[in-house]
Design a protein. Sequence first.
Lengths: 503, 116
Amino acid sequence: MRPATATWPVTSEGGVNPGIAIAAVAVVSVATAVIGFYGLRISRTTGDFYVASRTVRPWWNASAIGGEYLSAASFLGVAGLILLSGTDALWFPVGYTAGYLMLLLFVAAPLRRSGAYTIPDFTEARLDSRAVRKVTSLVVVLVGWLYIVPQLHGAALTIRITTGLPSWAGSVAVVIVVCLTVAAGGMRSITFVQAFQYWLKLTALAVPILFIIFMLAGNGTPELSPPAANPTNAPPAGLYQNMSLLVALLFGTLGLPHVLVRFYTNPDGQSARRTTLIVLGLLSVFYLFPTAYGLVGRMFAPGLARAGQADAMVLLLPGELVGGTAGDLLSALVVAGAFAAFLSTTSGLVVSLAGVISQDVLGGGVGGFRLAAVISAVVPLGFAFMTDSFALAGSVGLVFAFTASTVCPVLLLGIWWRGLTDAGAITGMVTGGLLCGGAMIIGAMAGAASIPAWLAQPAAWTVPTAFAVMVLVSRATAGRVPKTMARVMTRLHTPERPLATER
Amino acid sequence: MTRVRVTAPTTAARPAQETREAAQESDVGQVFVRSLIRSQLRLALVVAGGFLLILGAFPLLLAMVPGLAETRIAGIPFGWLLLGGGIYPVIGLSAWLYTRTAARNEARYRDLAGDQ
């Protein structure tokens, strides 16, 4: 156990050495910026970008996708939720990974072959309609903003718990670092930054927990409570909640705006599949560790759940169980990994949002892109100040529900169904967005505890409704199927001709 | 230093794609394309369905056999091992099978359509 926290010059809430925590945050921020700017010198023009994109190895690319995907919810939220809810919460890591399986099965190769760079590009090309593009852009921007908010909450929590500084400092720090790197153009070399951050996140989770496990096993420490024991009196989630969550995670992943952009760096459809296969392996390895944190926390430190900040469990566990200098160093590693998670996901989202906003609202141009990047990062900062952080994994789960009810139907039907029309796509997206968004707003107003399960976790009914509306309206407006449909479908599904040099 | 924004071509597809699509505009070509799309969709649905069945079977197994979830293997309850670790190999295997078969479907299409 650790000595009293009062021996340090500044006292932080969680007994983590504040100086070391601030140093860890600073190192990650600087490393991100440096790798970003270094990469900028390599790829400077669109031509460079495309040439580079063909030489990006699948392993680099897959690491980058993993780095961008693993957010605050994966790094902090999943372990916290497992600590609170036990095996029920294991559906979160399983769902996050299985969502990528669905992406591989239904979306990866056709989307790469479409040649689209953003989701609005795809829907416009597929349905030959500017109106669809506008609606998709709106939905994508909303999804991105909603997804950045929990990242900022995670940063606020991390800074408050580990350094004792006020919460807002964490959110503002993330927004400033992201704005600087993205607006300065540094994130053009996003692949290398994100790939670095995947391996940093994996190390930062794996090393401390393995150390803890070996230490506990070596000392023969007896467990404080059995893993099945509920550390708090909160009731477990019911069957409906788990099912609905799984629907949201399975179908939400394939509509995330920052995920699609990464597929463009694959040279062809088949390599997009191979990359996704590697991503699945990387995610599977990663999610073993939050699960291990949750289990160790339940068995050896159930007190962390009762303190009311289960999301901070990953940050506090090394200090709680190891203590001393070793505990400080392990905590610093975890803090660094957590910041990498906030930075990589936020910057990935800001880049894809800035692309959409600058193209559709500000009329393009580098200046427009910079302004759009600042807008994309600052608006969610306002949301983050207005809302309270409650279970990170839960609030990200709701964003997945929103994506699954809006972007997912239009992507799946657009890729696999010839009958989709622009009218169907728009009404379906609007219906899904209003239903799911309405449930989220009511839930946020009423407070998480007092609303029924079907409102708290709406995906199970909003996703089928959005699909049904999209199909029925498309059927009713069958005359509006675009003339380019057969040609686009051919492009989406037929393999690229092998280049002469390949054979 | 020149800086440009990277965007997708919004109107015309690239030349390579043009030839790829033009070659398939005939009725026969479209028959091949439709059959490729059908077989890929069937494959994706079968893999997804199989995976979801196994996913559903895991908690069912734990619920049906009393005490199984609490049985310890190397100090870890079996329920945790199964849901926290055992599902990932299933995901990986499904993904690998799908990738292989999808590439095979495309190779068959290429053989058929390439001979026109």
